[in-house]
Design a protein around this ligand. Structure first.
Ligand code: ADP
Length: 543
């Protein structure tokens, strides 16, 4: 028997119309490329989004068209999210840190119709313009007074909005209509597109709003350092308005000092980003001898947060939520809002638990499988490749049947490429990306574990553990490290520090000091680049 309840399709436009009515005074505060700080409430944002939606329609945009953005975190980018998806077109966010080759591939693969670009990224487009579709329309996201000279024959964002009606009749369509498109960074092969739907996006916003606890303080201020140009800034442009939180958008200055100043001035409660960003902020906190005023919560994810970082934040009264996810998962899969029994453990044990990747969000199932595809128990010991399934997980890649088939198992689960264990409390522990695990003498060593132990050495600021080929052992670990100061610790000293947690054969064979580590387009340490840089490297026992 069917129940007797109404069914309304889940729509992204409803989030903003709801926020404008229920949370009208919460703000979007943006550091603009124009150089100033701009503020507007959700109530003021809705009519601007309506005008933008009319402008897009006037440009001939239709249901299913891909409309691209190449922009920092700011209110105009937020407006595009809603104006594009709200009318049934697809908001295709592009990561400006991708290579020219990847950018050209993505825009052509997506067949974008219009491309909205921040002033600072205009030169990137001018450089590749001849390789982009000839009929692509460009819009620069500024006002007339700040329009730069350009060869794109570009329109002006604010001029487009001028004179458009303040109200837009948001169309009703199937909730499985595509709403957003984001390509993976494509560390191997061509980037692959995750094509989100209205349903998956609204569900993700509701789910995240439900699980991240104090990191989403009621009517608080939240700083997404995670970019709107990649994986929807972990869903914050949807979750924040829904919950009535103000968004503080940092624009282009993401160094520790700039973030500290902005957080301090705006009294940001909760900040979200990848570990490398918090490394910069932490250095500034050390320099100033205090944390930014009001700062009480940090969400860190995208790669494993070093234990020592989690410990330092917690010691200064900043609660850490360690989250795990993927572009293909909208992105949040697990979260570090721990149960009470973890919070009440002795400090060190509590930090140990918080260093893990937390529990799954409702609606995402996890399984770990061995090499034969057999599901392994969630006993905290068994290790296997992690597969996921749920309403916020991709069912394949946009226009890419080959990659789609390779990603899914026979039962329709998506293979993450991560190696993990899950304990009886449901807490996930990511051991490594399958391709980063180090195989020595037939045994596996987790690079994440090595890095965690090494970065807790006071002489090491940051490091990456990578595998080097070895004729006898297959692979051996080496550390590539940035020193905390001029006094570099010796390898013996590092071994002594790490040996508490590792057998002798698991310790790195060498430490290679570098001034800085290369980062990927999403701000993670790029082991691929490191391996390329070290192709001529010879392990000490082979010299
Ligand atoms: P990008 O965001 O760079 O496109 P992906 O979506 O491919 O990258 O990144 C997802 C991967 O990042 C995961 O499969 C996992 O390997 C890694 N990752 C994300 N969060 C964490 C975390 N908290 N701990 C460890 N690894 C993580």
């Amino acid at each position: 028997m069917q129940g007797m309840m109404m069914q309304q399709p889940l729509r992204i436009s409803d989030i903003l119309t709801y926020a404008a009515e229920a949370n009208p005074n919460a703000e979007i505060v943006s550091v603009r490329t124009e150089g100033d700080i701009h503020r507007q409430t959700y109530a003021e944002t809705l009519p601007r989004v309506c005008r933008l939606a009319h402008a897009l329609r006037g440009m001939g945009v239709q249901l299913g068209d891909r409309i691209a953005t190449l922009a920092w975190n700011g209110y105009r980018h937020f407006e595009l999210y809603y104006a594009i998806s709200g009318q049934g077109a697809i908001c295709h966010t592009i990561n400006p840190r991708l290579s020219a080759e990847q950018l050209i591939y993505i825009v052509n693969h997506a067949q974008d119709k219009v491309l909205f670009v921040d002033v600072s990224f205009v030169p990137i487009l001018e450089a590749v313009q001849n390789d982009l579709p000839a009929d692509l329309t460009y819009v620069i996201m500024t006002d007339r007074a700040h329009m730069p000279e350009n060869s794109l024959n570009a329109l002006c964002y604010e001029t487009l909005l001028d004179g458009q009606p303040d109200h837009f009749d948001w169309p009703v369509f199937d909730e499985n209509t595509a709403s957003g498109l984001c390509y993976t960074s494509g560390t191997t092969g061509n980037p692959k597109g995750a094509l989100y739907t209205h349903r998956s996006t609204v569900l993700h916003a509701l789910i995240v709003g439900n699980v991240l606890g104090s990191a989403l303080p009621k009517e608080g201020k939240i700083l997404p350092v995670v970019p709107l140009f990649h994986v929807n800034a972990w869903g914050l442009p949807y979750t924040a308005p829904l919950l009535g939180m103000s968004l503080v958008m940092p624009g282009q200055h993401l160094d520790g000092a700039s973030l500290f100043r902005l957080m301090d001035d705006e009294q940001v409660d909760s900040a979200w980003g990848v570990p490398t960003v918090w490394q910069g902020l932490m250095a500034e906190i050390d320099k100033q001898g205090r944390k930014p005023a009001g700062f009480s919560d940090v969400v860190v994810g995208g790669s494993a947060a070093p234990r020592v970082m989690i410990e330092k934040f917690e010691q200064m009264g900043v609660a850490v939520g360690h989250a795990w996810g993927m572009t293909e998962m909208s992105p949040i899969g697990t979260h570090g809002n721990m149960p009470r029994w973890v919070e009440s453990l002795p400090f060190d044990q509590m930090i140990d638990k918080k260093s893990l990747q937390g529990r799954r969000v409702f609606g995402v199932d996890l399984k770990i499988v061995d090499e034969d595809g057999t599901a392994q128990p969630h006993d905290g010991t068994a290790i296997g490749e992690l597969y996921v399934r749920g309403n916020t997980v991709v069912s394949g890649y946009f226009n890419n049947p080959e990659a789609s088939a390779a990603a899914m198992d026979a039962d329709g689960w998506f293979g993450t490429g991560d190696i993990a264990s899950i304990d009886p409390h449901g807490i996930l522990s990511i051991q490594d990306r399958a391709k980063d695990l180090i195989k020595s003498g037939g045994e596996w060593i987790s690079s994440i574990d090595l890095e965690n132990a090494a970065t807790s050495h006071p002489g090491i600021a940051t490091c990456a553990a990578i595998a080097m080929a070895h004729p006898k052992w297959d692979e051996r670990p080496v550390l590539v490290a940035v020193a905390a100061d001029s006094a570099r610790p010796s390898l013996e000293d590092i071994h002594a520090h790490m040996s508490e947690h590792f057998a002798k054969w698991q310790l790195p064979d060498d430490v290679i000091w570098v001034p800085e580590l290369p980062l990927t387009a999403t701000g993670k340490i790029s082991k691929l680049t490191l391996r390329r840089q070290l192709t001529d490297y010879v392990l000490p026992d082979l010299r």
